[in-house]
Design a protein around this ligand. Structure first.
Ligand SMILES: NC(=O)c1ccc[n+]([C@@H]2O[C@H](COP(=O)([O-])OP(=O)(O)OC[C@H]3O[C@@H](n4cnc5c(N)ncnc54)[C@H](O)[C@@H]3O)[C@@H](O)[C@H]2O)c1
Length: 284
C-alpha cells in the first residue's frame, strides 16, 4: 500500500455488506492509513453486516438516515469529536428506488415512491454537503465523492426513475461543488461506475443481462467494486487536488463505445440464423 490517505479523516456512507462499493472503499481507505466514521440508515444496521467492517477497520458507526437533517447534524458533530478534527474526505454511496423495488414501470410511477427515491438517492447529497458546509466541517483540500451511473446521460429503460435521480445527483455535485471550491478549497466529484453486483445493483430488473452486455461492450471489461474503491482513493488523496465538478466515468471504456465486435458478432449470428428476428416489430 502507498499511505495515500495517511493522517486523513473521513466519513463513509452506504456500506451495507461486503458486496457494497462503500465497504471496499472503507477497506482500501483503512489500508491507505485513513481513519473514518462509518454511517448508514438505522434500518441497515439490522439488515447488513456493517459492525463487522467497523471492527475490521477500527471504526465507529453512527447511524444516520440521509433524508434527515437532524441525523446528519448529529453525524457530523459526533464525527468531528471521534476523529479529533475536521474531515478530509466523504463518500456518498447511497441509492434506493421504491418504484424499482415494487416493479413499477417508468411510465407508470407512483409519485410518492418517486419522491422518496429522489430524496434518498439524490437530494441526500445536497443535504450532506449543506450540513458539512454550514458547520465548516471540511478541511481545506478535502474531497467529496458520490457514486452515480451512466443512465444519467443515456437511456437504460429498466434503470427507471434512478436515471433521473442520478442526473439530479450529478448536477448537485457541480452546483454545490462550485461553492465548496470557491469558499473552502474542497473538491466535489461523482464517479460513474460500471454495473456492479451489489444489493442495490442486483435490484435493477434484468441486471444479469445488463452486466453481461456492459462487459462485452467495454474494452477493459466492467470495473469491479474493488477497482471503484481504488479509483475513489485517488480522488481522496492529495494527487487529485485540482479535480473538481467532474463526472468521472469508471467503466472500462463503456461510455465512449458505439458497438464492440463481440456484440456485433452475436448480432450477426442471430441475423444469419433468423433474419426475421431483426425486423422492426409493429408498434403496440
Ligand atoms: N451496483 C451498481 O451497479 C452501481 C453502478 C453505478 C453506481 N452505483 C451506485 O453506487 C452507490 C452504492 O450502491 P451499491 O451498489 O454499493 O449498493 P448497496 O446496496 O450496497 O448500497 C446502497 C446503500 O444505500 C444505503 N441507503 C439506502 N437508504 C438510505 C438512507 N435513507 N440513508 C442512508 N443510507 C441509505 C443502503 O443502506 C446501502 O448501504 C449507489 O449510489 C448506487 O446507485 C451502483
Amino acid at each position: 500500500m502507498y499511505n495515500l490517505l495517511k493522517g486523513k479523516r473521513g466519513i463513509i456512507f452506504g456500506a451495507l455488506d461486503s458486496k457494497s462499493i462503500a465497504w471496499k472503499v472503507a477497506e482500501r481507505a483503512h489500508e491507505e492509513g485513513a481513519t473514518f466514521v462509518l454511517t448508514n440508515a438505522p434500518v441497515a444496521m439490522r439488515l447488513g453486516t456493517i459492525a463487522e467492517l467497523a471492527e475490521k477497520t477500527g471504526s465507529q458507526i453512527i447511524p444516520a438516515d440521509a433524508t434527515s437533517i437532524m441525523d446528519l447534524e448529529n453525524l457530523i458533530d459526533k464525527s468531528l469529536k471521534i476523529l479529533g478534527g475536521k474531515i478530509d474526505f466523504v463518500l456518498h454511496s447511497i441509492g434506493m428506488s421504491v418504484n424499482v423495488r415494487r416493479g413499477n414501470h417508468y411510465t407508470l410511477q407512483d409519485y410518492n415512491f418517486t419522491k422518496t427515491g429522489w430524496d434518498v438517492s439524490a437530494l441526500s447529497f445536497h443535504r450532506v454537503m449543506s450540513v458539512l458546509y454550514k458547520k465548516n466541517a471540511m478541511n481545506e483540500w478535502g474531497s467529496i465523492v458520490a457514486l452515480t451511473y451512466m443512465a444519467a446521460q443515456r437511456v437504460f429503460p429498466d434503470y427507471n426513475d434512478m436515471a433521473d435521480n442520478k442526473a439530479y445527483l450529478e448536477s448537485v455535485a457541480r452546483s454545490f461543488g462550485y461553492f465548496f471550491g470557491r469558499d473552502k478549497n474542497v473538491r466535489v466529484n461523482t464517479i460513474s461506475q460500471s454495473p456492479t453486483p451489489t444489493t442495490a445493483g442486483s435490484g435493477v430488473k434484468g441486471f444479469d443481462g445488463f452486466i453481461a452486455y456492459a462487459e462485452k461492450m467495454s474494452p477493459l471489461g466492467n470495473a469491479t467494486a474493488l477497482e471503484c474503491a481504488d479509483y475513489t482513493i485517488t480522488l481522496f488523496s492529495d494527487l487529485t487536488k485540482k479535480v473538481t465538478l467532474q463526472n468521472l466515468f469508471h467503466d472500462g471504456g463503456f461510455s465512449n463505445m458505439g458497438v464492440s465486435t463481440e456484440i456485433m458478432d452475436s448480432f450477426m449470428k442471430n441475423y444469419d440464423a433468423a433474419p426475421e428476428a431483426t425486423e422492426k416489430k409493429p408498434k403496440k
